[in-house]
Design a protein around this ligand. Sequence first.
Ligand SMILES: *[C@@H]1O[C@H](CO)[C@@H](O)[C@H](O)[C@H]1NC(C)=O
Ligand SMILES: *[C@@H]1O[C@H](CO)[C@@H](O)[C@H](O)[C@H]1NC(C)=O
Ligand SMILES: *[C@@H]1O[C@H](CO)[C@@H](O)[C@H](O)[C@H]1NC(C)=O
Ligand SMILES: *[C@@H]1O[C@H](CO)[C@@H](O)[C@H](O)[C@H]1NC(C)=O
Ligand SMILES: *[C@@H]1O[C@H](CO)[C@@H](O)[C@H](O)[C@H]1NC(C)=O
Ligand SMILES: *[C@@H]1O[C@H](CO)[C@@H](O)[C@H](O)[C@H]1NC(C)=O
Ligand SMILES: *[C@@H]1O[C@H](CO)[C@@H](O)[C@H](O)[C@H]1NC(C)=O
Ligand SMILES: *[C@@H]1O[C@H](CO)[C@@H](O)[C@H](O)[C@H]1NC(C)=O
Ligand SMILES: *[C@@H]1O[C@H](CO)[C@@H](O)[C@H](O)[C@H]1NC(C)=O
Ligand SMILES: *[C@@H]1O[C@H](CO)[C@@H](O)[C@H](O)[C@H]1NC(C)=O
Ligand SMILES: *[C@@H]1O[C@H](CO)[C@@H](O)[C@H](O)[C@H]1NC(C)=O
Ligand SMILES: *[C@@H]1O[C@H](CO)[C@@H](O)[C@H](O)[C@H]1NC(C)=O
Length: 701
Amino acid sequence: MGRLFTIVNASLIVFLGSSSGSKLKGPELSIKGAQHVIQAGQTLNLTCRGEMVHSWSLPEAPSKESKRLKIIKVACGRNGKQFCSSLTLSRAQANDTGYYSCKYASSSAVRKKTESTVYIFINDTGSPFVELHSDIPKIIHMTDGGEMIIPCRVTAPDVAVTLKKIPLETLIPDGKTIIWDSTKGFIIPKATYRFIGLMSCETTVDGHKYSTKYLTHRQTNTIFDVQLNTPNLIKLLKGDTLAVNCTVAAAWNTRVQMTWSYPGEANHRASITNRIGQRNTDANIFYSILVVDKVRDIDKGQYTCHVKSGPSVKSVNTTVHVYDKTFITLKHRRKSVLEAVAGRKSYRLSMKVKAFPSPEVVWLKDGLPAAEKCARYVVKDYSLIIRDVAEEDAGNYTITLSIRQWNLYKNLTVTLIVNVKPQIYEKAVSSFPDPNLYLLGSKQVLTCTDSLFTFCSNTEGPFILKSGSSRGNRIQSITQHMAMIEGKNKTASILAVAEAKSSGIYSCVASNKVGNVERNISFYVTDVPNGFHINLEKMPIEGENLILSCSVNKFLYKDIAWILPRTVNNQTKAKKHIIKEYSTTLILTIKNVSLEHSGTYACRARNIYSGEEVLQKKDVTIRAQEAPSLLRNLSDQIVNTSNSATLECQAQGIPEPQISWFKNHEEIQQEPGESCKHPFPSSLSSLISCLSTSQSLMYSS
Ligand SMILES: *[C@@H]1O[C@H](CO)[C@@H](O)[C@H](O)[C@H]1NC(C)=O
Ligand SMILES: *[C@@H]1O[C@H](CO)[C@@H](O)[C@H](O)[C@H]1NC(C)=O
Ligand SMILES: *[C@@H]1O[C@H](CO)[C@@H](O)[C@H](O)[C@H]1NC(C)=O
Ligand SMILES: *[C@@H]1O[C@H](CO)[C@@H](O)[C@H](O)[C@H]1NC(C)=O
Ligand SMILES: *[C@@H]1O[C@H](CO)[C@@H](O)[C@H](O)[C@H]1NC(C)=O
Ligand SMILES: *[C@@H]1O[C@H](CO)[C@@H](O)[C@H](O)[C@H]1NC(C)=O
Ligand SMILES: *[C@@H]1O[C@H](CO)[C@@H](O)[C@H](O)[C@H]1NC(C)=O
Ligand SMILES: *[C@@H]1O[C@H](CO)[C@@H](O)[C@H](O)[C@H]1NC(C)=O
Ligand SMILES: *[C@@H]1O[C@H](CO)[C@@H](O)[C@H](O)[C@H]1NC(C)=O
Ligand SMILES: *[C@@H]1O[C@H](CO)[C@@H](O)[C@H](O)[C@H]1NC(C)=O
Ligand SMILES: *[C@@H]1O[C@H](CO)[C@@H](O)[C@H](O)[C@H]1NC(C)=O
Ligand SMILES: *[C@@H]1O[C@H](CO)[C@@H](O)[C@H](O)[C@H]1NC(C)=O
């Protein structure tokens, strides 16, 4: 870096040249050529001759005050019409090495050449480098792809210097990516990451090794983030102080410039302070704080913090409102009665609020703080958010806004109605698949809870039922009453069927504005108790017919069949299907049964709803025929005239024997009006009760 020494002639005479208009010459130095070497310790003599006032530009080291440096004006040229000055630098030292130039004052007329320069090497074998950084490396900034110079200039043009990247790599100048220039150092026209690190320039003179170190440092323009410490809207009361803090996070090697634009800029309303914050592990932090004291109307508007680093720019803004006084206005957003549906994920209750400054917000539900009442209530800004809306969320919600400091209070209530999709409670309980069977002719009561009205259908096609209706089954009544279910008041609807005659499906439908649900109650009338029944009229005796009938409800069962013991062959069996209104009967007849037809007879049918096969069994035991025999002999009886006597005859046999009474070998015939009661056969006994005459009677079996 050079400094200028201006030699001013008090009586400045400027030659504008001869009438021929010949051009004036530039300044001339006494040492010709681009560079020159003198030995350290010697005196540097340099004169500049020019046609105008001129100034010198020198390397840094020889300071103006230094006694070693003298610059004097001397008269020269014909009649002293030229301007000359002489520079004498005694005891020249290594760091005097550099450009020495002489230059016309910039205000002078335009010329072809206004400056002459020579590069002077001060040859000092003890100081081969003009500047030496041995302990603390000098920091060199670089940008990706930009030119970088490692400025290890030397004190003689022939000093051989090697460039090393510490620890190991030697970078050899190739005249393209790395260029050596003894007046500048190593020039790297396009710097890359390869040149980032600690670099060293090394040379050996007279067996002494010298090195000077540089730390290259890449400069970036990466602004990570710009933030204001304020909300998007800042509300202030007239006279308040506005303070906005703009925080920038930028990459370690990035320097930023921060500026503000704001409404009072022209009047310098704000004072701005920039600071560097504590660098964290990833970034450098910079702050710019804008403060406006005693805000007024003119301070309303947008405040923007602009951040710039090279070509990168970012900005953030905030808007400032200035209020004359404090206030609260509170209105319903839409209606004062709102409706939500139970089961909704979330529902937001909100009001139109305008207030300054920000009031404290409390939501009450039916007079009690909502947030304390239920964890599903969350207050956000001026809204109350209800999560997982439930039936019990219905009620009156009051928002209370207060600014205690200014004694401002407002409240407003909104009513929330929660609509619940109807539910039929029996539905969850009722078990598929078996539909209920109702005995033919019976009275029935069907209940459906929480149904708001009931209509039912029958196989003829659906129709709405009314109390007293006699289509399908006669309906005695349809009534509703309240019932407590799970602690809640529910509507129960009760349908009373006067006489079960017609099969079908009753449906009860519960509906409200949210939706409807249906419950089907299948109503199958049956004349077969329990829907499945086997009947054996009489246990047969061999030679008789076995008649078994299997009856099933035809709505509940199908594929009715008899499963017979193996002994039953084709010839003896007959089946007959009888289909009636409510049931199907399969009659099995086996004629002329023998003892071997005894066994288990089963009737099988398939449940239409469950698909299951159902079996009912009947054990049949065929009894063998047996000749009749008396169980007790009759004994002679002596009976007084006009007394009555009882004669008993007990007989057995299969089939059951017929008993006949004989009196003196004559069969006693029962005659109407006869005084004798005739024996009457029964399975084990025969009785005779007779009004006897004076004769003694003889009976035999
Ligand atoms: C500079 O001038 C002084 C005296 O005029 C002289 O002694 C010295 O040798 C000169 N230096 C050089 C390098 O010519
Ligand atoms: C130049 O070198 C001398 C002696 O080595 C030293 O005293 C002086 O501070 C240096 N000047 C500069 C600007 O480095
Ligand atoms: C510098 O000085 C040394 C020793 O005094 C000498 O050998 C060398 O030739 C000089 N270099 C130049 C370029 O004058
Ligand atoms: C500005 O913000 C930073 C970080 O948020 C904080 O450290 C600093 O104290 C703030 N300064 C002022 C005046 O608010
Ligand atoms: C102010 O910032 C917002 C984003 O916060 C942005 O959308 C808007 O364009 C900015 N306004 C100006 C004028 O920069
Ligand atoms: C809600 O407010 C209305 C009208 O003010 C009132 O009739 C109703 O009883 C209140 N409901 C509750 C649950 O407090
Ligand atoms: C609501 O405000 C009225 C007056 O506007 C007041 O009487 C009432 O107590 C307030 N209610 C609540 C819950 O703050
Ligand atoms: C249920 O409803 C009935 C009729 O509307 C009413 O009389 C009764 O008090 C209610 N019970 C409850 C617990 O709400
Ligand atoms: C009730 O029965 C009707 C008629 O058979 C049918 O359309 C409907 O889907 C059934 N509903 C339910 C819930 O099973
Ligand atoms: C019964 O008749 C079927 C054919 O109708 C025949 O295949 C079967 O062998 C007969 N069974 C007996 C025991 O006769
Ligand atoms: C009845 O069956 C028996 C043998 O089991 C046979 O002897 C008799 O002839 C059969 N009677 C009739 C009427 O078929
Ligand atoms: C009945 O009398 C007859 C002949 O007197 C005799 O053989 C028989 O055993 C008697 N029966 C009974 C049951 O006493």
